[in-house]
Design a protein around this ligand. Structure first.
Ligand SMILES: Cc1cc2nc3c(=O)[nH]c(=O)nc-3n(C[C@H](O)[C@H](O)[C@H](O)COP(=O)(O)O)c2cc1C
Length: 174
């Protein structure tokens, strides 16, 4: 699939087939997550990969409403910021770097025919604390987002992505 086609056809997928994702595809998804730009090349992310069904169920039962999706997924990845690696001049770049990693993984999965959805964690304090506690994360590690993955069990291929929004674009001046 071409990159532009991948971007334009991607939709959030929340229902998944009971079909595992291969180690090779997991590796490709993670490699793409690690291949985006990051401010001063800090690469200040870490990933917790869960693809064991029992562990997914347990994680789901500790994740509130997002748990409905995690429990049904073949894999979910907790994208974390490792703030010990963050750029000291502007530490909050970790949030942008984590978002780029998350989106790259989503696009890689789309290209592989694997559906996914972004489940927001940061900056919702309660969700951050819940994930921090569940995974016993060290102080410097901040949970950023959960991306759930699985082979699609819903068809959104006929639903095109948003149209170009003319009024959002300003040429040369506001
Ligand atoms: C930061 C962020 C947080 C999100 N959190 C959730 C969430 O908690 N639950 C959910 O079902 N979808 C979540 N989504 C997915 C959005 O709902 C979805 O991207 C949006 O409705 C547009 O649909 P599309 O992805 O199919 O284009 C989130 C997306 C982003 C970028």
């Amino acid at each position: 699939m071409q990159t532009i086609e991948t971007i334009l056809s991607r939709r959030s997928i929340r229902k998944y087939k009971d079909q595992p994702i291969s180690e090779e595809d997991i590796r490709t998804i993670l490699t793409c997550g690690m291949s985006g730009p990051s401010a001063v090349n800090a690469r200040d992310w870490s990933f917790i990969v869960v693809n064991d069904k029992e562990k997914l169920s347990d994680w789901a039962s500790h994740s509130g409403r997002a748990g409905n999706i995690i429990g049904n997924a073949s894999m979910a990845i907790l994208v974390c910021a490792d703030t010990s690696r963050s750029f000291k001049g502007a530490p909050l770049y970790w949030a942008i770097n984590g978002s780029i990693a998350a989106q790259n993984m989503i696009l890689a999965a789309t290209d592989l025919g694997i559906g996914s959805v972004w489940l927001g964690i940061w900056p919702q304090e309660e969700k951050v604390n819940t994930q921090k506690e569940y995974f016993s994360l060290p102080e410097e590690i901040i949970p950023h987002s959960i991306i759930a993955f699985g082979y699609p069990d819903e068809d959104k291929s006929g639903v095109p992505h948003k149209d170009y929004e003319e009024d959002r674009v300003h040429y040369g001046q506001w």
